[in-house]
Design a protein around this ligand. Structure first.
Ligand SMILES: [Zn+2]
Length: 91
């Protein structure tokens, strides 16, 4: 339970940083997490390696590579990553 609180705090921080205009998103997110029983994923990448946009906790396009989860803004970016993950993964 404690870890969930921490996740929520992290979400709040990122929301304040980039989406102040949509406070409803926060409510929606917690509902989704409870329903799907999946905790917010901490992506291995802070930014989408294809288009360089920042990743968000609720991105739906994800790929797992070498036991790490990467988030992408779209299926296109995910596919580009999958074609050649070594090119985008920093060691
Ligand atoms: Zn992208």
């Amino acid at each position: 339970m404690k870890s969930k609180v921490i996740v929520m705090a992290l979400l709040s921080v990122s929301l304040m940083a980039c989406a102040q205009e949509t406070p409803k998103v926060k409510h929606k997110k917690s509902n989704t997490a409870a329903k799907s029983n999946v905790k917010s994923v901490k992506f291995a990448n802070a930014t989408d390696p294809i288009c360089n946009m920042p990743t968000e906790a609720d991105m739906k396009d994800t790929a797992v590579y070498k036991n790490k989860t990467y988030g992408f803004c779209s299926a296109y970016c995910k596919d580009e990553f999958k074609k050649n993950p070594e090119k985008y993964v920093k060691k």
